[in-house]
Design a protein around this ligand. Structure first.
Ligand code: 5GP
Length: 256
């Protein structure tokens, strides 16, 4: 039998090494490995509604939110990556019906279009968050109802809007505040460092991070997208927006 060339041996070694490295990220069942910590991502409607008011019914309603709302509860890895779409657990809106009032108020979608889901095309924002992130929070969180309930509970426990208001960082279209002051105000109350995401100088998101037992921990020290001075823009829906909303909602639904 002809002996293997050095080049062939090198190729086999390379393939074996690559598959070993890939296995580090996999559980025995072949899914992604268990996450390291949770991030609660909160979004500032004042910033997002300025972009989406013409198409987002939530932004256009007279009751458009004036406090941070929930974007998601994300299981993340310490290296800055995260698992996604971990199980074929389809979103079922019936499972969260007891939470509906709170979810509509504190976890609304501020975007225009329907969101992508992991395996079935498009769905509502909650379906996206459960399928993409929620299914990866096992073994800490095992089901859809607990995922949404836990996110709401953590959101209520650490009221970032109140923390900032009490420190004098109030919504304004003219004031800018030092980013360091905003971060310190949260650190003083939350006892850990948040992550702040900006769109130009407007704060778009604040993320709070937690160990798996939901004790606060520092978020990863990332390069911030914010300048030294940031703002929390206000957003007030215009009077005529609600009637426009009805018209545009119909045409939006037709387009689906
Ligand atoms: P994620 O960042 O959670 O993986 O994905 C968020 C996706 O959900 C976005 O791509 C967007 O299409 C959709 N989405 C729907 N409503 C909202 C919203 O209010 N805020 C954000 N950030 N994303 C939304």
């Amino acid at each position: 039998m002809a002996s293997l060339s050095a080049q062939t041996i090198l190729c086999i070694a390379l393939v074996l090494t690559t598959s070993l490295i890939m296995d580090v990220n996999a559980t025995l069942e072949g899914g992604p490995r268990e996450f390291d910590y949770f991030a609660l991502a909160l979004q500032w409607p004042g910033t997002i509604c300025h972009r989406t008011r013409h198409c987002c019914s939530c932004c256009r309603s007279k009751n458009s939110p004036t406090e941070f709302t929930i974007h998601g509860l994300w299981p993340d890895y310490n290296d800055g990556t995260w698992p996604s779409c971990c199980a074929r657990a389809r979103f079922d809106v019936k499972e969260i019906s007891p939470l509906m009032d709170a979810l509509e108020k504190y976890w609304p979608s501020l975007y225009c279009s329907r969101s992508s889901t992991c395996f079935s095309g498009k769905g509502i924002f909650w379906a996206h968050e459960w399928e993409k992130h929620g299914t990866c929070s096992s073994p800490v969180i095992q089901d859809e109802y607990t995922f949404f309930l836990t996110a709401l509970n953590v959101y209520f426990k650490y009221n970032v809007t109140k923390i900032l208001n009490e420190a004098g960082y109030v919504p304004s279209n003219s004031e800018r505040y030092p980013l360091g002051g905003v971060v310190s105000a949260i650190e003083d109350s939350f006892r850990a460092t948040p992550e702040v995401i900006c769109s130009k100088h407007d704060v778009e998101e604040i993320r709070l991070c937690f160990y798996k037992d939901f004790k606060p921990r520092n978020c990863l020290a990332s390069k911030t997208s914010c300048p030294k001075y940031v703002s929390f823009p206000t957003y007030v829906a215009l009077e005529h927006d609600e009637s426009d909303a009805a018209i545009e909602l119909i045409s939006g639904e037709e387009a689906l």
